[in-house]
Design a protein around this ligand. Structure first.
Ligand code: ATP
Ligand code: MG
Length: 485
């Protein structure tokens, strides 16, 4: 009978083959228990020292608490906590912006970092993002976390040999693993990725019409909200905008939100809106605004004439500016002119009168190619973004894609690879409450599409706008003059 089974013998005992040659194993040396204790204690000590060195603010706070406790006992510590709490409360109440910058934001970032840190290795391992190399598991490194009320941006350093696509393929697993509603993979510097994990959908509810700023800037007009809860700022000055979306996608809310944001400038004479609407169902509701601060046309022949007049004005302005200035600044003499065309496909593709169609197309192409620098901007909305329908699609530098019927249409609007980068326009709900006005936009500074929702300018809001800006004399900002944006 054996009392003690050693490693070598165990190998022999476990061998089922009686004729197998003997297998030699290295002898097992048992580490004495006190040595294990000492090594673990030294490790712990080192970790504590590193932690203390890395967290000077925490050391300061802990030191202060200990000092106060030693001098004044527990009542003093309670008093200190109450003073600190009320100071922070007052700071947050009086100066919320600086409070969030200095305290709230960093604390939230840290808290979210801990959240990811706790689950990091398990989630990445199960999602098969932890490769094995020479017997060692290599875990991508969790970097800084930038958290907002709705989403977290998690910086990750890749293991050598991994690519952002490896993460993009497993985005759904990561989203579920980190209890997020959605995970998008953004590329940044080589060797790193940013995981954009959306915790709460900031766009789930319709957004009511935004308040009208008294001094709007044509480069950053607020028209809705981005997915991270920040305002969606639309640039009109110096660009042209194409809005594509299936029927009922909410194109009207973008057109009206832009008009609403520009109202004070329209009233001041610095902006004119020339509205063209063959369908008669959207802009006609606020026609008095366009009649007063621009132009309005609904009949295709009138629209062609209006667009040609815009071209003539634009060319006259260009001839006047030639050699004198390269950029346009809106003035009452030379206002910024927005040519708003709803259902543009009706004019450029479905129009039976070929002559009218060619005239409209030529005018739109001239405005979009030459108008930018002289203060002309074309904003066009359409349902079907195919080339046969809108062959001057590429003359619009900025594009917004709302709900679309087919996945292939997304790249037609936003450019190649947009759908792979997360612009799932075909998956936007067709229920107006949930999906109308929701879309994707590629912002100038960022090639990755950003999910946005336009504020909903209701009939009541339009009625109020026309009432305020057309009935009461010259409108609320009629006295404003000078230059804008
Ligand atoms: N931003 C929004 N938020 C919430 N609901 C909206 C929004 N925009 C539009 N809706 C709702 O969706 C409906 C359809 O919107 P809208 O008429 O603007 O769509 P559209 O894209 O112009 O469609 P069509 O091409 O048929 O004219 C509206 O009647 C309204 O109820
Ligand atoms: Mg419409």
């Amino acid at each position: 009978m054996r009392h003690k089974v050693l490693g070598e013998q165990l190998a022999q005992v476990d061998n089922p083959d009686p004729f197998a040659p003997p297998v030699w194993r290295s002898p097992v040396h048992r580490t004495p228990e006190p040595v294990i204790w000492i090594v673990q204690l030294v490790r712990l000590l080192l970790r504590v020292v590193v932690f203390v060195l890395r967290h000077p603010y925490l050391d300061l706070a802990a030191g202060t608490v200990v000092l106060v406790w030693r001098t004044g006992g527990w009542p003093a510590v309670v008093g200190l906590a109450a003073a600190a709490g009320s100071t922070l409360g007052a700071w947050r109440w009086r100066f919320p912006a600086s409070f969030w910058l200095c305290v709230g934001g960093p604390v939230r970032n840290r808290w979210r970092w801990w959240f990811y840190r706790r689950r990091w290795q398990a989630v990445l391992t199960i999602a098969r993002l932890v490769p094995l190399y020479r017997g060692r598991l290599l875990v991508p490194v969790l970097g800084a976390v930038d958290a907002s009320r709705y989403a977290d941006r998690v910086n990750v350093t890749l293991v050598s040999g991994q690519s952002p696509d490896d993460f993009a393929d497993r985005a759904e697993k990561l989203a579920h693993g980190f209890r997020a509603y959605l995970c998008r993979v953004r590329t940044s510097v080589p060797g790193t990725v940013v995981l954009e994990l959306v915790r709460r959908d900031a766009l789930a509810e319709p957004i009511p019409a935004l308040p009208i700023s008294p001094h709007p800037d044509l480069r950053v007009l607020p028209v809705g909200r981005c997915e991270d809860g920040t305002p969606w700022l639309l640039k009109l000055h110096g660009t042209h905008l194409l809005v594509a979306g299936a029927t009922g996608a909410g194109k009207g809310s973008i057109l009206w939100s832009a008009v609403r944001a520009m109202l004070p400038l329209m009233a001041a004479g610095l902006v004119q809106v020339w509205a063209c609407e063959p369908k008669l169902m959207e802009l006609a509701f606020g026609r008095s605004l366009f009649d007063r601060y621009g132009r309005y046309a609904a009949d295709p022949a009138d629209i062609a004439a209006l667009l040609e007049e815009a071209v003539a004005d634009m060319q006259a302005r260009a001839a006047r500016f030639a050699g004198r200035q390269r950029d346009h600044t809106p003035t009452t003499e030379h206002p910024f002119t927005v040519v708003l065309v709803d259902e543009v496909a009706f004019l450029t593709a479905y129009q039976a009168d070929r002559k009218l169609k060619d005239r409209t197309l030529a005018a739109l192409a001239t405005l979009t190619t030459q108008g930018r620098a002289v203060g002309y901007c074309v904003v066009a909305a359409l349902q079907d973004p195919r080339k046969e329908v809108m062959n001057i699609r590429n003359l619009f530098p900025d594009k917004i894609a709302l709900r679309l019927d087919e996945p292939a249409q997304v790249d037609l609007v936003l450019g190649d690879g947009a759908r792979d980068r997360g612009a799932r326009c075909d998956e936007i709900s067709s229920t107006p409450q949930i999906g109308a006005g929701v879309g994707f936009v590629r912002l100038e500074a960022n090639p990755d599409p950003v999910r946005v929702r336009a504020a909903y300018v209701s009939d009541h809001d339009i009625h109020a706008m026309t009432g305020t800006y057309t009935n009461s004399g010259a409108g609320p900002s009629a006295t404003a003059s000078g230059e804008a944006a």
